[in-house]
Design a binder for this molecule. Sequence first.
Ligand SMILES: [Zn+2]
Length: 329
Amino acid sequence: MKYIDMHCDTLSAALGMGSKTAEHLEGTMVDTARLRGAGAAAQFFAMFLCQGNQTEESESDKVSRLEERMEKMYEIFRNTLSACENYLAPAGNFAQMEENSRNGKISAFLTIENGYLVRGDMANLKRFYDMGVRLITLTWNDANCFGVPHSAKISQMQQGLTDFGKEAVRYMQKLGIVVDVSHLSDGGFYDVAEAARKTGTPFVASHSNCRALCPATRNLTDEMIRTLADCGGVAGINFEPSFLNTDMDDKISRVERMCDHICHFIDKGGADCVGIGTDFDGIGGQFEISDCTKMPLLFDALHRRGLSDDLIEKIAYGNVAQVIREAMK
Ligand SMILES: [Zn+2]
């Protein structure tokens, strides 16, 4: 089954492994040699920027640290692309993904997790677009120029985007960078939804599950799922056990539990609002799907639940492909 995975932290993992990994991302959950046999049509590769709240670090030190970190992950991405050019190729929009497919190649989309380095300047968004970035997860778990992250504190959770954040979302839509609300506050989510309604440009929650099934504040409420669906958006099923299980101390990531979340998304938001966002290499626990080669376990399980082939194809590929077609340029 061909699939698109909207989120992995493999570049960050490869950076952490230093010389122990090489161009094929050996030792990660998205080892490209294995990705080739996994059925992937496209893999999104995030450059994760770990902002941290070290008070002893000055603003300018933080900027240089994160710029340097991003540059290193970008280098790993480019080295991987050149080492695997026979079967992996960059893509920046739907047409390029289709062309790669016709050439028998998997598409690699470059993304940023945490928009900290935008630093209130639209010129940085253009710089990232020119690097090839086609999706930005607005925040990670710290506040930045876009807004604040998800939180158990109601006052923070209800806080919306900053004025700059609202403007930047419109500029991202214009450039063709997909807006990603995973990690964002609920208030920020609704501000993005409002922008999406106005412009008719869908957004995503690239790696978030259902809060009704697992109380993690990283997950989406039923109302958010309906709103996301109304805007033509998609949420990617995250394989992290503490975002899947009702008991957040249960550290086993089970395929059946992924199916429960997928069915809940369909129940609340319809057949078009759910896709895949594994979060490979950014998650911890014991995994039934321990790397990309085991993805068919998920599609087989959905089959056993009685979902039609057409519906499984939409979850694996079609729904995210539609967002790429509408929101990326
Ligand atoms: Zn994440």
